[in-house]
Design a protein around this ligand. Sequence first.
Ligand SMILES: Nc1ncnc2c1ncn2[C@@H]1O[C@H](COP(=O)(O)OP(=O)(O)OP(=O)(O)O)[C@@H](O)[C@H]1O
Ligand SMILES: [Mg+2]
Length: 261
Amino acid sequence: MATEKALAAKTVAVINQKGGVGKTTSTVNIGAGLSRLGARVLLIDLDPQANLTAAVGQNAGGRCIADLFQGGLTWEELLARINDNSLAVVPSSVRLASAEVDFATVPSREGLLRKHLAAVSDRFDFILIDCPPALGFLTINALVAASGVLLPVLPEFLSLQGVSGIAEVIRVIGKRFNPGLDITGILINRFDRRKSLHREVQQRLKERFDSRVFEQTVRDNVAVAEAPGYGLDIFTYRPDSVGAKDYQAVCQEFIRRCSRQ
Ligand SMILES: Nc1ncnc2c1ncn2[C@@H]1O[C@H](COP(=O)(O)OP(=O)(O)OP(=O)(O)O)[C@@H](O)[C@H]1O
Ligand SMILES: [Mg+2]
């Protein structure tokens, strides 16, 4: 695996083993923001919860990335265009939950996603992979396929410990399977600069992870929480919201960070 060349598209795994930190929210809104800036973007739902699939208004009961892994569907059958601009999604469903068991005896199973993505990566500028809240088979597949990692975190003290653990996993997976792998950025979500706890956690993250921490944060914003209920990204749902403003700036910083990696 280690000698394979990088995928044509900038491929970023969105990970955190802690649940509910904003992985799916950030994948959807950064993906939508990048596509509005003219990039060709592929979103991959690699979580059996299929939250991303629902958040972009797709039906989780139908096609599923598990069908690609099992050889039952081709890319053409699987890819769903979200709208007329350059955003596409690979849906997930609860059927993906058994992938770890299904592929238990397959050699190089950690490279399954990377192998499949190699066939389509030149059609996209960015591929964003929304991972489940666990560091198991699916997240490892994302880390082997990716060249960067986006780590959304909440401004809580326990996040500091969590990020250190994840950084170690990234180092180990990188060394073993994917030497080019690096942290694109740690994104603090639901940040309130009026709260000293939030500022202190931000400060400690910067002390420990330096420039890997995004300068831009995302504020708590009800429109961000409402948008997936309508199958919409924040820019379509409430273009004037603080959520749209924050994610717009996150996208610009994301592009700058990717171009440096
Ligand atoms: N900035 C925000 N403002 C308001 N609500 C938010 C914000 N970010 C995320 N949320 C809400 O918090 C909840 C968790 O977010 P999300 O589903 O993106 O987390 P996740 O890390 O993908 O969770 P999981 O680990 O279960 O996949 C969702 O209901 C989402 O709408
Ligand atoms: Mg999620």
